[in-house]
Design a protein around this ligand. Structure first.
Ligand code: ZN
Length: 475
């Protein structure tokens, strides 16, 4: 297919130009005023064209639990999450559709799904998500979330007598490191297909629940199949304490020693890093994925984003899963993730401008996936992953600086059109590849209007957590 987007506004330097943008096949082939019309002509007047953003960290199946879990820190929230996780691959399919739709309609053209696997149905889980992403046509990076250590080992010791923090059933059911790596390898061989916009990532959940052998196995798969690497990193204070206890050094230093950090490695959260850790990320060209809403929701802390930028560390944005956000609005994550840091540093010259935020969300996201030469900017020869925003939308009027208003304002359904790999999949604000009304009905049919039940695992962990964090004993 070919397209000509006519008279669209694009950012140039610190201003804007009105241009025509030509798409042939999967690429941007020309950007200039008044190009010869070819293919489908799109009216770009009063519209802003930007490169698609990357939703660089999420967990699609958490959509089933959004709004459900009460305000809790990560370690206790996780217990609630796992005790109420969806167990049917059809739910995985539907929530991947929902995640893709919400990402597209908030400016994203790619999604990194650190997908929570249903125990015993690991391959079916991945297949269901891949099916959804192929149907929608979003560019997907499916990162099977793996661990080989029991849930209770994710906390540092508390000084309390061992109280069986890990339910016995889970310990005995835990698969071996080799078995986990086998699932991942099978998934790579079956589903990794960049030509169809489906990419697999290796993605241990993080140092808190993974052995060195698992990280090393993932490095091996990454090298063998040329895959990017992903993980959570130092999201909470408790994880920082655990790393010292487990390794006698910081988690970042340990991952560097293992060889996990690389220009193909993106790391979600990175809240509790020292200045030395930050230098390691810069030296290894690793990417930080900032998930500000999740960090606020779970009380994890504020990632030192301005320090990352000053040190030359690449940073992108993610929504994180819908149970810690509790939505998938990428523009909201970018807004909060930009202005949050104005309170950490009085030197306003370091603050993140709306244009810088756009660059981080697009090119920063592409860089973290080793695709900066293919994606992330309006450049002739790059893939046509593009978003056209309607500047006549009431929430973007009266017209001022379009990017300033898009990022700092509260845009309500501002997306007019989206192209992924040169294919238009959103038109007139509607996703054209799947039926969103049918998706809404499928969610409605499976809805249960009820408050969360208390997780039994949380009850087991709570005393230990309070002791670790020096909180008043739990009564
Ligand atoms: Zn996460």
């Amino acid at each position: 297919m070919s397209y000509l987007i006519q008279k669209a506004l694009i950012p140039v330097g610190q201003g804007y130009d009105t241009v025509d943008v030509q798409i042939i096949g999967d690429r941007i082939t020309a950007i200039a005023p008044q190009l010869e019309p070819i293919g489908t002509v799109i009216d770009g007047q009063n519209k802003l064209l930007l490169p698609g953003f990357i939703n660089a960290h999420t967990h699609s199946s958490e959509m089933w639990q959004r709004g459900l879990i009460p305000p809790l820190p990560l370690e206790l929230w996780l217990a609630e999450l796992y005790d109420s996780a969806p167990l049917d691959p059809e739910q995985i399919y539907l929530s991947a559709l929902g995640t893709a739709v919400e990402t597209l309609l908030s400016g994203g053209t790619s999604v990194v799904d650190h997908i929570v696997l249903i125990p015993g149905k690991e391959a079916d889980t991945i297949a269901a998500a891949v099916r959804a992403y192929r149907e929608v046509g979003i560019r997907a990076f499916v990162a099977p979330l793996i661990q080989d250590e029991p849930f209770g080992s994710g906390l540092p010791s508390s000084g309390l007598p061992a109280n069986g923090g890990t339910p016995d059933a889970e310990s005995t059911a835990l698969p071996s490191t080799a078995a986990v790596l086998d699932w991942v390898q099978d998934a790579i061989e079956q589903f990794h297909n960049p030509a169809a916009q489906i990419n697999l990532l290796v993605a241990p959940t993080g140092i808190q629940l993974c052995s060195d052998a698992l990280f090393e196995g993932c490095i091996g798969l990454s090298e063998r199949y040329d895959l990017c690497r992903h993980a959570h990193l130092l999201e909470t204070k408790a994880q920082q304490l655990l790393a010292q206890e487990k390794y006698g050094c910081s988690a970042v230093a340990h991952l560097q020693q293992l060889g996990y950090l690389d220009s193909r490695t993106s790391l979600a959260h990175c809240v509790w890093l020292s200045d030395a850790d930050i230098q390691i990320l810069a030296d290894t060209h690793s990417t930080v994925v900032h998930n500000p809403l999740s960090n606020l929701r779970l009380g994890s802390g504020i990632a030192p984003l301005l320090k990352y930028r000053a040190a030359g560390v690449n940073v992108s944005f993610g929504c994180d899963g819908s149970a810690s956000n509790d939505g998938q609005d990428l523009l909201e994550a970018i807004k909060i993730g930009s202005i949050l840091h104005n309170i950490t540093d009085f030197d306003y010259r370091q603050w993140i401008s709306p244009r810088t935020a756009v660059e981080m969300a697009a090119l920063g996201g592409a860089t973290g996936l080793n695709l900066a030469e293919q994606l992330g900017s309006l450049t002739i020869g790059k893939k046509a992953d593009l978003v056209l925003y309607d500047l006549t939308n009431l929430s973007l009027l009266p017209g001022t600086d379009p990017i300033g208003l898009l990022i700092l304002g509260h845009p309500v359904q501002p997306v007019d059109s989206v192209w992924v790999n040169g294919r238009q999949i959103v038109s007139g604000g509607e996703v054209t590849t799947i039926s969103v009304p049918q998706l809404r009905q499928a969610f409605l049919d499976r809805s249960q209007w009820q408050a969360a039940a208390h997780s039994p695992t949380r009850a087991v962990l709570e005393a230990q957590y309070r002791s670790i964090m020096a909180l008043q004993p739990h009564l």
